[in-house]
Design a protein around this ligand. Structure first.
Ligand code: ADP
Ligand code: CIR
Length: 436
C-alpha cells in the first residue's frame, strides 16, 4: 500500500469516527465515503477534506429536508425542551424529558412523545405541560409520564389509585354525614361537581381529527336519547348542520349560565395540544330538564359530566352525580377508559384518578381586596384549595370578591374524600377570611 493510499484511508476513517458522535452526521459521513470513494486515491489531503465536507453538508441538508417533509425533524422541539429546562424548571413536561429515552424510541413513537409534550414545549410557563393523546399513552409512555404524574400529585411511585364514592369513615365528615355549609355559617352557594370521562375506543381530544370529533358526538347523541327518557332535557350541538344545532345567541346564553364551555382556542395550553382544534365540530352539551345534570361533549376530555345546584348541602350535587354517572356508564356501547394504576383516564395528567373537581362560588372580599386573587391563592394553596375565576379556569374573579374554590387533589384520593375536602376547605378558608 502506498503512503498516499494509507493517508487517504486514514482520513476516511477519521471522518467516520468523528461523524459517529452525531447520528445524522454518521449517515452523512458514511454516504460521503461511498460517494467520494472512487476519487479518494487521486486527491490531495486538502482536496479530500474539502470535497468530503461539501458532500457531507449536501447530504445533511437533504436529510434535513426529507425529515422535515416527513414531519420527523425533532431538532427544533428538542432545542426548546433544553431551553425550557433552564428557563422554567417548573415545566414538568420539559423537566422530565430525557433525550436518551427519546432517542431509544422508533420514529413513530418519537412523534407521539413530542405530541404529548407539545403544550409544555410551546408554553414554557406550563406547570405540567403534557397531555395524553390516546387512552393507552399512560401505559405506552409510562417511563416518561409516570415521574411527571407522581411529581405533580406528590404521590409515591407505585401507589395505585382507588375510586370510592362512599362517605363512610371519611376523615373530616360531620357525624351526621351531611356536608351542609349552613353549619359553617354560610348561606346558599352555587355548588358544582364534575368528572372527566373518555371513551376507550377514540383518540383523546388532542389527537382527534374533525371526523373523529363528529363520530364521537354522534355516538353520544344515541346515549343522550337514553338519558332523555330518564332525565328529560335536550342535547345542544355546535356542529354546523346537526339536528340539535344551537345558534350563537343560545350558545352564549349557555356559557353565561355556566352550563356550556368556552371556545378553547383562547387557551394556549389546550390550543397547542390540539385539544381546541376543529372548533366547533363535535362540540355540545346535554342538559337535563331541570338543568341540574349536564354533560359536555368535546372539551378537554371527551365528556365532562356534572351536577350543579344553588343550595347549602354539598351531598345533593355529589349524590346526584353518582346516580347520573351510573346511568351513563351503564349505557350499552359506551366503554370508558380506566387505568389499573391511575384510575379514570383523562387528557390532562392533572385530572387523573377521580377526574373530579368539586367547587363552590364563595365570596371572600377581604382576601381579594383590590380585585386581585393573589392573596386568596397564597392562603388557599396550603389548604389544598385552588382558586379560579367566575368563568372557570384562567378567568377573572368576581368584582364582589366571589371566587371558584375547589380542592386541588384528584389522584390517590377517593371521590368521597374530594367532596369532604371541599367542605373542610370552605371552613378553613372562611376562618382565614374572618381573621381579616
Ligand atoms: P372545569 O370545572 O370543568 O375544570 P372550568 O374551570 O373552566 O372547567 O369551569 C367551567 C364552567 O363551570 C365555568 O363556566 C365555571 O364558571 C363553571 N363553574 C365552576 N364551578 C361552578 C360553581 N360552583 N357554580 C357555578 N358554576 C361553576
Ligand atoms: C399547565 O401545564 O400549566 C397547563 N397545561 C394546565 C394544566 C392544568 N390546569 C391547572 O393546573 N390549572
Amino acid at each position: 500500500m502506498s503512503a498516499r493510499t494509507a493517508a487517504a484511508q486514514l482520513r476516511m476513517r477519521t471522518i467516520s469516527t468523528a461523524a459517529s458522535a452525531a447520528p445524522r452526521g454518521q449517515y452523512a459521513a458514511l454516504a460521503a465515503g461511498c460517494v467520494t470513494g472512487i476519487s479518494v486515491y487521486a486527491m490531495s489531503q486538502a482536496e479530500l477534506e474539502s470535497s468530503s465536507s461539501s458532500v457531507i453538508s449536501q447530504i445533511d441538508a437533504r436529510l434535513s429536508a426529507i425529515e422535515q417533509a416527513l414531519g420527523i425533524d425533532f431538532s427544533a422541539d428538542l432545542a426548546r425542551v433544553q431551553a425550557n429546562k433552564k428557563s422554567h424548571p417548573g415545566n414538568r413536561a420539559c423537566k422530565f424529558f430525557d433525550e436518551d429515552y427519546f432517542n431509544s424510541l422508533p420514529v413513530a413513537k418519537k412523534k407521539q412523545l413530542i405530541a404529548i409534550a407539545k403544550s409544555g414545549i410551546d408554553n414554557a410557563d406550563s406547570g405540567l405541560g403534557a397531555y395524553a393523546m390516546n387512552p393507552t399513552d399512560y401505559e405506552e409512555f409510562h417511563a416518561y409520564l409516570d415521574p411527571i404524574i407522581r411529581d405533580y400529585h406528590g404521590v409515591a411511585p407505585g401507589k395505585k389509585h382507588v375510586n370510592n364514592w362512599s362517605l363512610d369513615g371519611v376523615k373530616g365528615l360531620p357525624a351526621d354525614g351531611v356536608l351542609d355549609v349552613k353549619k359553617l355559617g354560610l348561606d346558599t352557594l352555587s355548588m358544582r361537581v364534575r368528572v372527566g370521562r373518555n371513551l376507550a375506543d377514540f383518540p383523546l381530544p388532542g389527537a382527534m381529527n374533525k371526523d373523529d370529533r363528529i363520530a364521537l358526538e354522534n355516538k353520544m347523541r344515541e346515549a343522550f336519547a337514553e338519558l332523555k327518557k330518564k332525565f328529560g332535557g335536550r342535547y345542544n350541538s355546535l356542529t354546523p348542520g346537526s339536528p340539535d344545532f344551537i345558534d350563537d345567541a343560545e350558545y352564549n346564553r349557555l356559557v353565561k349560565a355556566h352550563i356550556m364551555f368556552k371556545d378553547m382556542a383562547a387557551d394556549e395550553y389546550l390550543a397547542s395540544a390540539g385539544i381546541a382544534s376543529d372548533w366547533p365540530y363535535g362540540r355540545g352539551c346535554y342538559v337535563s330538564e331541570d338543568k341540574g345534570f349536564i354533560i359536555w361533549v368535546g372539551e378537554e376530555d371527551h365528556l365532562r359530566i356534572m351536577c350543579m345546584k344553588k343550595g347549602t348541602v354539598l351531598n345533593d350535587v355529589f349524590d346526584r352525580l353518582k346516580t347520573a354517572l351510573d346511568t351513563v356508564e351503564s349505557i350499552p356501547g359506551l366503554k370508558f377508559a380506566y387505568s389499573p394504576e391511575y384510575g379514570v383516564v383523562t387528557s390532562c395528567p392533572t385530572n387523573l384518578g377521580t377526574g373530579m373537581r368539586a367547587s363552590v362560588h364563595l365570596k371572600i372580599p377581604k382576601l381579594t381586596k383590590g380585585g386581585s386573587d393573589a392573596k386568596a391563592k397564597a392562603v388557599c394553596k396550603p389548604l389544598g384549595l385552588s382558586v379560579r375565576g367566575m368563568g372557570g379556569e384562567h378567568t377573572a374573579i368576581g368584582a364582589d370578591g366571589t371566587c371558584d374554590i375547589s380542592p386541588s387533589a384528584r389522584f390517590c384520593i377517593s371521590e368521597a374524600e374530594v367532596i369532604t375536602a371541599l367542605y373542610t376547605g370552605i371552613r378553613n378558608l372562611k376562618s382565614e377570611e374572618d381573621k381579616l
